[in-house]
Design a binder for this molecule. Structure first.
Ligand SMILES: [Fe+2]
Ligand SMILES: [Fe+2]
Length: 414
């Protein structure tokens, strides 16, 4: 496929093609055929008087690399059973994000505010105020699914930094929604939400220096950091009304399926099912957040990392279920299509998790364009220009998104 692009959006490894145009009649179009092999060549073209050029997406290492990446993603997730032809009830709830986005945005902000008050109160008094927490979790569970899925969408889209209260809300939200997906009963959901909310409360007992520490923590600091599940357990168990399964979930949220976690090196079925679930959700949210020692990653990279730790850190069957619940390209991910357009993943596709429904928001030259909605499953057999070739990390995604998700998109005619 040959597409016209601005010289500013060229990348090393792209192959410049001349579709039979004359250089004399097109002085602003760069027409010297060949692959861009170095940054120097790229800079020369970008700083020249040429405004546009043509690239051939079938040639050059840039697209070959992405094609390989696409194949790797497909083979990575191929061990998950029934990735295609999902039960419609698995995915239908993802479809109504647009309708709920305003309401969900306000709710999400309010929940983070409420969380801040509860955590600060716990910090000051050293005690957990259980009744407003149960109220918050109860509210989260009884919210309609549409609003909760829209909040999950917003959380994936934005990413967040480490030092916010967003992590507590996200872990409670994603845990309870995953629990609903697994058809857990109401009491189980409340306990999951409560444990998800307070799983890291013990970090209040650890100095900021250690919590915000760099990648190269000393062995002593690391040991202290790894005590936070114990501290969470101690703080919560002071309230004698908190049920045992909540305490266990909090205590065991860093235990690994293979027995290499902490604090007790428990393994497999010795780890409580709630802790196993929270551990996956916690990792998913932590990877999406920025740390002092690493940048945030896209929701797609986070789910890929979890998938690769199947059987090591996490229970294999639970990981498979989480992938089906959240998708391979989770809602809110920003993807790059083969025609160089950028799109937001709006909903999962019941026919295959590899081909979500997306909204194109930036054109091939990274200019804002009128939103266009496209079902990538329907598009895949027509041509390959709408294949996903890359996913942008959260740090690259801080586009002004609200303008794109609040307007009605035009359906793209294929
Ligand atoms: Fe933790
Ligand atoms: Fe956490």
């Amino acid at each position: 496929m040959i597409i016209k692009v601005s010289t500013k959006s060229l990348k090393v490894g792209m192959y410049i093609s001349n579709p039979g145009m004359s250089e004399v009649s097109n002085p602003n179009v760069f027409l010297s055929e060949g692959e861009i092999t170095t940054d120097l060549v790229l800079q020369k073209i970008a700083s020249s008087n040429y405004s546009d050029t043509f690239i051939d997406t079938e040639k050059g290492v840039y697209f070959a690399k992405h094609k390989k990446k696409k194949q790797e993603i497909e083979s990575l997730f191929s061990s998950t059973e029934n990735l295609d032809n999902l039960d419609p009830s698995d995915a239908q709830t993802f479809d109504c994000i647009l309708e709920s986005i305003d309401f969900a945005e306000n709710q999400y902000t309010q929940l983070i505010e409420d969380c801040k008050k509860l955590i600060l109160a716990a910090k000051e008094s050293g005690n957990i105020d259980t009744s407003p927490t149960y109220k918050l979790v109860d509210h989260l569970i009884n919210n309609d699914n549409q609003t909760n899925y829209a909040m999950m969408f917003l959380s994936n889209l934005r990413g967040h930094d480490e030092h916010t209260y967003t992590h507590c809300i996200n872990v409670a939200l994603f845990s309870t929604m995953f629990g609903k997906y697994l058809s857990l009963g109401p009491e189980n959901l409340i306990h999951l939400g409560f444990a998800g909310f307070y799983h890291d409360i013990g970090k209040l007992k650890i100095s900021d220096k250690i919590i915000k520490g760099t990648k190269k923590q000393s062995a002593k600091d690391l040991l202290e950091f790894q005590k936070h599940p114990l501290y969470s357990y101690d703080m919560l168990s002071k309230q004698c009304t908190i049920p045992d399964d909540i305490l266990r979930a909090v205590l065991e949220h860093h235990e690994n399926y293979s027995g290499t976690g902490y604090p007790c090196k428990k393994q497999r079925n010795d780890i409580s099912p709630q802790a196993s679930l929270i551990s996956i959700v916690d990792t998913f949210d932590s990877l999406k957040s920025e740390r002092s020692y690493r940048m945030s990653v896209s929701p797609h990279k986070a789910i890929s990392a979890i998938f690769q730790s199947k059987g090591a850190a996490f229970s294999p069957s639970l990981v498979d279920k989480f992938v089906k619940f959240i998708g391979i390209y989770p809602n809110g991910s920003i993807v790059v299509l083969k025609n160089n357009k950028k799109a937001i993943v709006m909903s999962q596709n019941i026919k295959s998790l590899l081909y979500p429904v997306v909204r194109i928001v930036l054109d091939e030259n990274n200019r804002h364009c009128e939103p266009q909605d496209i079902d990538l499953y329907e598009a895949k057999d027509i041509d390959d220009k709408h294949h996903i070739i890359d996913v942008l990390d959260a740090k690259d995604c801080r586009l002004h998104i609200s303008a794109y998700i609040k307007t009605k998109g035009k359906s793209l005619k294929l």
